[in-house]
Design a protein around this ligand. Sequence first.
Ligand code: COA
Length: 165
Amino acid sequence: MTFYNIRLFDKTVDTASFSCGQPQLDEYICRYVSQDIKRNVARVFIATPVNDTVQLAGFYTLSAGSVSCTDLPLSLAKTLPHYPVPVALIGRLAVNSHFQGKGLGSILLADACQRVANASTTLAVVGIVVDAKDKATVGFYQHFGFISLPGQPDRLLLPAKAFRV
Ligand SMILES: CC(C)(COP(=O)(O)OP(=O)(O)OC[C@H]1O[C@@H](n2cnc3c(N)ncnc32)[C@H](O)[C@@H]1OP(=O)(O)O)[C@@H](O)C(=O)NCCC(=O)NCCS
């Protein structure tokens, strides 16, 4: 069994060998991540095996976002004001192919939810939103209680009550 350290992105990690099966995500972590961090567009968290702090096993990004209440499921929208409401956004989440199917995706997702729960005591959000890259990934998020937004099957939400501290 592999144990992981999860920490903020730093340049000591090997991004060039990262391969998750989605070329856009591989290219993002290799080429564009530093500029997103520098511009305060995203916070990026990386997982490395405890015995190898250079090997990139997986990563995810967190940003602030908002959604129109008309895009939310009616059951949630009717409890909210009629203007765009704040959410946390998991912009990207990926696991290196070598580590897939061994629980790291769920560890990264749980870590993201925990960080948002902690941050939400200071900065309010109604939930966590994620844009799944394809239909197969929708299933991954649904497995953890995310629900597709009406008319937007690839955009999913985990309501705050599911992770609030
Ligand atoms: C999607 C991804 C992050 C999943 O990571 P992973 O480490 O392979 O997933 P895990 O091993 O943690 O799986 C956790 C659970 O989710 C389930 N699961 C994984 N992928 C799933 C899918 N596509 N549909 C439904 N369930 C899925 C697993 O069966 C497992 O269930 P269990 O807890 O009952 O055993 C990973 O496959 C990946 O990086 N894919 C390529 C990049 C990508 O598509 N990223 C998402 C972009 S938004």
